[in-house]
Ligand binder design. Structure first.
Ligand code: ATP
Ligand code: MG
Length: 266
């Protein structure tokens, strides 16, 4: 693959119009300081799209900009073709966008069931029907519905947060590092659940620190660097791109061992 300034930003995307799109977003927290610099992303119906990139690249900021939690200074966010730039989060939830933030994503003083009730506070009559659907994906949560979320492990809290976002039956789910801080087994569970949710028809955008794993499960992924698009494409293609490997995926464990052996021999 040759690197040219005209390289398309959405390599490998399906035909048709996207469900959710960020077009050339400029956004930031402090006056005069832009974190996103013309950053773009598209998610088509049914897609599982990954966002990877170094710490501080702006991955969380991009999700927050999509969800109305950081002001977009220029550029556009569209949902099903409609302009929803800077629309409030509660309104986006009603329109079918779900968001699971990176941190502080459960109400620790509430039970699991109460946390899930918060997920449908805009439509409380739907609770029973959605609760039944969500505990099919997260059976543990049904069994432990009366337990306080504050007493759960990190992985269990992550499940509550994901389940809460699913309570409104979103068409697109934004997940910010759902596997962070979990053991490898729990991480795998999170990826499997994410796939299951996606296969059930929910489009998913997942920010992931475990870049290799993300590229394995995603249809397509975007690599962000310094607030803008660096690479994009089908996950497997990015994994095989030597430049992406060199810059963003680091050395394979096997290579590290080889290097250690060579260093030992030297
Ligand atoms: N609330 C905030 N106020 C001011 N600056 C912020 C705020 N949140 C993030 N930033 C800055 O925005 C930049 C991008 O942060 P962001 O959290 O989007 O990165 P990230 O790619 O999600 O990183 P990580 O992999 O560490 O989660 C960083 O320089 C960060 O310091
Ligand atoms: Mg982040």
């Amino acid at each position: 693959m040759t690197t040219t300034p005209t390289r398309p930003v959405h390599l490998g995307e399906p035909d048709g119009s996207p469900l959710l799109a960020a077009e050339e977003l400029v956004a930031g927290y402090l006056p005069g300081v832009n974190i996103l610099e013309r950053c773009s992303l598209r998610v088509h119906r049914g897609e599982l799209v990954g966002i990877i990139g170094p710490n501080g690249a702006g991955k969380s900021t991009l999700l927050k900009a999509l969800f109305g939690l950081v002001t977009v200074r220029s550029g556009r966010v569209t949902l099903d073709g409609e302009d929803v730039t800077n629309e409030r989060a509660d309104s986006l939830v009603r329109r079918g966008v779900g968001f699971v933030p990176q941190n502080n994503n459960v109400f620790p003083g509430l039970t699991i069931e109460e946390n899930l009730q918060m997920g449908v506070y805009q439509a409380p009559k739907r609770f029973a029907q959605r609760f039944a659907a969500v505990v099919e994906i997260f059976p543990d949560l049904g069994e432990r519905r009366r337990q306080r979320a504050g007493s759960l492990s990190g992985g269990e809290r992550q499940m509550v947060a994901m389940a809460r976002a699913l309570m409104m039956d979103p068409s697109v789910l934004l997940l910010d590092e759902p596997s962070a801080g979990l053991s490898p087994v729990r991480q795998d569970e999170t990826f499997l659940r994410t796939r299951k949710i996606n296969k059930a028809g929910v489009s998913v955008v997942i920010v992931e620190q475990n870049a290799r794993r993300a590229l394995q499960i995603c249809d397509r992924a975007y690599v962000l660097d310094q607030g803008t698009n660096a690479y994009s494409g089908p996950g497997r293609e990015l994994m095989d791109d030597p430049k992406v490997v060199e810059l963003y995926l680091g050395t394979l464990a096997a290579d590290v061992e080889d290097a250690a052996v060579r260093a030992g021999e030297a």
